[in-house]
Design a protein around this ligand. Structure first.
Ligand code: HEM
Length: 571
């Protein structure tokens, strides 16, 4: 008995695993009758196969039901599970970026723990150390935002004096966010593949924590893609032959194509005109020596200056202008990719004045502007990444643009990339139009004229004469027949005036002959359309079609909404 029970269970399971079984059987029977022998043979073969499969399942259940086999199976399952867990753990450990774990998590954690433990204040008690920390924060932030970000990642301006590039490279390292080559390539990938799973390194869809911290701490799964991307964006050596470069580009494009369709252009987002030999060797040098510069600018310089210029302790130098300043820089820089990509979070007051097709937001909250060092206008930045500004207004809080502008005035940099205001207004208007069209397309504007049936004057007369329509009121306005019965009793001008126009052309009366109706009344009228009176007035009707459809199209080009007052009979 128990054996039969198990066999039945397995049989049922097999039935469940083959959900079409019952249907197939039925189908085969009915098709036998309706569609001839050929198909019925095919069907019955299918049935045979299923029977064999069922027998197999039943026999395997028979074997597995012995306690010894069951034990074996359970052990195997356990082993596989343990193996999977170990593999996951190994993968997790392998994908941790230990350098960033140290710079972004461990060092700030140790510094904060020390402050809590020793009872030190979170801000330096020594005034000079305080001023130095503020100044050093600004210097290092500017090196990063104008160097790493605007110059190396986006080519927003050109540098006249090579020393400035070295300033960017050395002091930018003090933010602890990796080498220029690594960071700028990933940042370009973020701009090129914003919102695109796997390829956007800071993908906000993976959650706030991931786009803020996770991407730094966990190496991406598709490492070949990023490795190739980095090599393509910033090739390291001139020895690379043309063929090698072509192959690299080909591999990258293939990988992009394999990862799914992509609206973005795969051509270089940023022109690499400026990527000359000296920049190339600078980037290679900075990548090689990054740990030295990180230690020098994050630990050595702050300690020495705090000790000898601020006359404060070395520990305070390490703590305030050193690690805590670095922590603040990191939070400022990382917030632009997390907070400023969060949709509908009230605290940031986000807006998308230029494009709402990706997650980038212009965060209007002054606190977010302060936190992100003026880089909070991400919607602008994503539309005009080459622009050295994060907003086209000069007075919007953005220390980076003021710094670059000042350097231009001093003749240190030139050819600043500025988006013409005209283009900014274009995009802003286009976005407004997009929003208007979207809202419009969600409203009921009545049946579009082009979709109304043509009704001949004779048929119209028959409709009016029909006894089933004796309580209805049909009015023709501008050759469109309207069934205004549902609205009749609400008409502010009263029922008699409407009844007087029943079955007639009331265009003149409606447009001022008796009363000049408001636009609201005209819109309401449109919801009551039932057909076009085929009275030879085609040109006028089609002019209206063209005008209306241009006005009420959504992004997909379709016009939605059904006439609210449209009656069953009319339909
Ligand atoms: C057939 C000929 C029509 C005549 C002679 C007519 C006449 C009038 C008059 C005299 C008023 C003013 C009432 C007052 O302020 O005391 C009025 C108001 C109004 N009528 Fe008509 N009406 C006609 C058809 C329609 C139709 C077909 C609709 C809508 C489907 C409509 C909708 C309105 C609305 C909404 C108002 C309020 C004022 C406004 O929004 O313009 N009428 N009408």
């Amino acid at each position: 008995m128990p054996m039969n029970g198990t066999a039945n269970t397995i049989k049922n399971e097999a039935d469940e695993r083959m959900p079409n079984h019952g249907q197939d059987k039925g189908q085969s029977q009915s098709q036998d009758q309706g569609q001839g022998k050929g198909q019925s043979q095919g069907q019955s073969q299918g049935q045979k196969t299923m029977k064999i499969q069922r027998r197999k399942v039943a026999s395997s259940s028979h074997q597995s039901s012995s306690p010894h086999n069951l034990l074996n199976q359970a052990q195997k399952l356990k082993k596989t599970r343990i193996h999977e867990i170990k593999k996951k753990r190994r993968d997790f450990v392998r994908r941790i970026n230990y350098v960033h774990l140290l710079t972004v998590v461990i060092l700030p954690f140790l510094a904060l723990s020390y402050i809590l433990y020793s009872g030190e204040s979170i801000l330096p008690a020594n005034q000079k150390t305080m001023y130095f920390t503020i100044i050093y924060y600004n210097i290092t932030m500017l090196a990063f935002t104008s160097g790493y970000h605007k110059y190396f990642a986006h080519n927003s301006f050109k540098v006249k004096f090579g020393a400035l590039k070295y300033f960017f490279a050395v002091f930018g390292s003090s933010c602890g966010l990796g080498s220029i080559r690594w960071w700028a390539s990933l940042h370009r990938a973020h701009h090129r593949f914003t919102e695109d799973t796997e390829r956007d390194p800071y993908l906000i869809k993976r959650g706030f924590i991931f786009s803020h911290y996770g991407w730094l701490l966990k190496k991406p799964k598709v490492t070949t893609f990023y490795d190739n991307f980095i090599s393509q964006e910033f090739p390291l050596s001139d020895q690379r032959t043309d063929e090698e470069l072509k192959h690299l580009e080909y591999t990258l494009q293939n990988e992009v194509a394999e990862m799914g369709n992509n609206d973005h252009d795969t051509s270089d987002e940023v022109s690499r005109e400026d990527y000359d030999e000296s920049t190339q060797s600078l980037l290679a040098w900075q990548q090689r020596t990054y740990p030295i510069w990180f230690l020098t600018t994050t630990l050595l310089i702050p300690i020495i200056i705090t000790k000898f210029l601020c006359h404060d302790s070395m520990v305070h130098g390490l703590l305030y202008p050193g690690i805590l300043r670095m922590f603040l820089c990191q939070q400022s820089l990382l917030s632009t990719e997390s907070i400023c990509h969060l949709k509908r979070i009230q605290v940031t007051i986000p807006t998308q004045p230029f494009n709402d097709k990706n997650s980038s937001q212009n965060c209007l909250n002054p606190l977010v502007a302060l936190l992100t060092y003026g880089q909070s206008q991400q919607n602008f930045h994503h539309e005009f990444p080459h622009d050295y500004r994060c907003d086209n207004g000069f007075f919007t809080y953005d220390p980076t643009k003021w710094f670059i502008w000042t350097m231009e005035k001093l003749g240190i940099v030139h050819e600043l990339c500025r988006t013409p205001d005209n283009l900014v207004v274009h995009l802003n208007l286009q976005q407004q139009q997009r929003v208007i069209n979207r809202t419009k397309s969600q409203l009921n504007w009545g049946t579009p004229i082009s979709k109304l049936p043509l009704i001949s004057p004779k048929d119209f007369k028959n409709i009016i004469a029909s006894s089933s329509n004796k309580d209805r009121i049909y009015i023709v306005i501008q050759s469109i027949i309207h069934d205004i019965t549902p609205f009749m009793d609400q008409h502010p001008g009263g029922v008699p005036l409407l009844k007087a126009s029943h079955g007639k052309d009331a265009t003149k009366a409606f447009y001022g002959g008796v009363y000049g109706h408001s636009t609201a009344a005209i819109n309401l009228l449109a919801t009551m359309r039932i057909g076009i009176l085929n009275n030879g007035n085609d040109e006028e009707v089609w002019k209206r079609v063209v005008k209306e459809e241009g006005e009420v199209e959504d992004e997909s080009g379709s016009r939605t909404g059904q006439a609210q007052y449209r009656t069953a009979e009319a339909a």
